[in-house]
Write a protein that binds this ligand. Structure first.
Ligand code: HAM
Length: 424
């Protein structure tokens, strides 16, 4: 027996309904805001992530799946979607004097310690808006996520955390202040934070180590160090969100785990999932396009962890019923003639009811056994063709919940009879 790889999950038939539900909702929200899908490869040159995400981040330091292909080129399985999207947008000239509002969905890979809500292959839905620098577009991508929570029924289970990292020069100054502060409290730092003091001091603010919380609480706030333009941008963003009725917490310790951000950063968090409580994170990254070889183009976006949202939907029983039952109708045949023609009968019904999810019974067996199958699958109706129905060119319809008596209909009336049955 060869097992799957730790931290890389199979999505089984019992779970795929919840996934399809979430995917349909994500596509619908992206469509509602006029965003367009982009699909990029899973493999990219390693260099893209080294430059894009930053050499001193956890992802690049220890989480990438990197290997040499047969040519000796170093390739990496994408650990996130932004760098590849930027690469493709530059390469295909999508950013020449035009804005782009894009979305994507697919697997990403990080070599992290697996636990509930944290995997080595997981799936992100992401949105990236290019060419717009005002806070209106930051607000739009946040409103998009808020609408998603509303549509999924998760609005009371997530909280929006918001911060601004300011412009690069101001952040550099803040970084120096922070290093001075933590140097003065060196004894209070754990080993990881001492290392980060040299490489990525802002990330110390994100430490979850309980003994570190006091010293972190005393650190200078990045919001006191913002440049004037970024402070105005942040104030405007908050004003739009207030106007739109979106609640948020300003969290000056929110720094995010990737290096490309400036100004707005945000995360949606939940306390219904244990330690892995961030369901969605993003922000502005005005320097990335230029850093990866394009012109200077402002950009903002987010990535949403689909496993975490599926976990929430399942825990709260919020998956739409339609997606939990794979079939609407089960076709049962009895007798030699119907049995001999059952595929043609099924095709005829599918022609008449193209939306109906119809499973045909195969493998023989008596009427009772066939009904049992229909029941087990959760079909709303059993469609029955026995010798009588066959001779008279009709179908009997049995509503499995027993709310209506079994009745026989002409094929042509099936669409009308079955229109109350949910369609796929
Ligand atoms: P990120 O915060 O690294 O951002 O990842 C986005 C989301 O992916 C997280 O909020 C979390 O829900 C989920 N996630 C991260 N790691 C794991 C894991 N090991 N297992 C399961 N889910 C996980 C980004 O990736 C940025 N590219 C987001 C972005 C787009 N910023 C601007 N545009």
């Amino acid at each position: 027996m060869i097992n799957g790889i730790r931290g890389m999950n199979d999505i089984l038939p019992s779970e795929s309904g919840a996934w399809r539900y979430l995917e349909a909702q994500l596509r619908a929200v992206a469509d509602a805001y006029g965003y367009v899908e982009i699909r990029t490869p899973i493999l990219e040159r390693t260099e893209l992530f080294l430059r894009g995400i930053g050499e001193a981040t956890d992802i690049v330091e220890k989480e990438m799946y990197t290997f040499n292909d047969r040519n000796g080129d170093s390739l990496t399985m994408r650990p996130e979607g932004t760098a590849g999207t930027v690469r493709a947008a530059i390469e295909h000239g999508l950013l020449h004097n035009q804005e782009q509002r894009l979305w994507y969905m697919g697997p990403v890979f990080r070599y992290e310690r697996p636990q509930k809500g944290r995997y080595r292959q997981f799936h992100q839905f992401g949105v990236e808006a290019f060419g717009l620098e005002g806070p209106d577009i930051d607000a739009e991508v946040i409103l998009m996520t808020a609408r998603l929570w509303q549509n999924l029924g998760l609005q009371d289970h997530v909280t929006l955390h918001l911060n601004s990292l300011g412009a690069n020069e101001a952040r550099q100054k803040y970084r120096e202040q922070l290093v001075d502060y933590f140097r003065a409290h060196y004894q209070a730092l754990d080993e990881d934070s001492r290392r980060r003091l040299e490489t990525n001091p802002l990330r110390i603010l994100d430490s979850k180590v309980p003994e570190m919380q006091e010293v972190i609480a005393g650190a200078p706030s990045i919001l006191d160090a913002l440049d004037t333009e970024s402070a105005r941008h942040f104030a405007e963003l908050q004003s739009i969100l207030n106007d739109a009725g979106i609640e948020f917490v300003v969290n000056p310790r929110l720094v995010r785990g990737l290096d490309y951000y400036n100004r707005t950063v945000f995360e949606w968090m939940t306390d219904s999932l244990g330690a892995q409580g961030t369901v969605c994170g993003g922000g502005r990254y005005d320097g990335l396009v230029h850093m990866l070889g394009g012109k200077s183009v402002p950009a903002v976006g987010f990535g949403l962890g689909m496993e975490r949202v599926v976990l929430l939907l399942e825990a709260l029983s919020l998956v739409d019923e339609h997606y939990l039952t794979p079939v609407d109708a089960y076709l049962i045949v009895a007798g030699a003639e119907p049995e001999a023609h059952k595929l043609v009968i099924a095709e005829k019904i599918r022609n008449l009811c193209p939306e109906l999810r119809l499973r045909l019974h195969c493998g023989g067996g008596g009427f009772k056994r066939q009904m049992k199958r229909a029941d087990k699958l959760g079909a709303r109706v059993a469609l029955i063709v026995g010798e009588d129905e066959w001779r008279s060119g009709c179908v009997s319809v049995k509503f499995m919940d027993g709310t209506r008596p079994q009745q026989t209909f002409a094929y042509e009336t099936l669409p009308e009879i079955l229109k109350s049955i949910p369609c796929g």
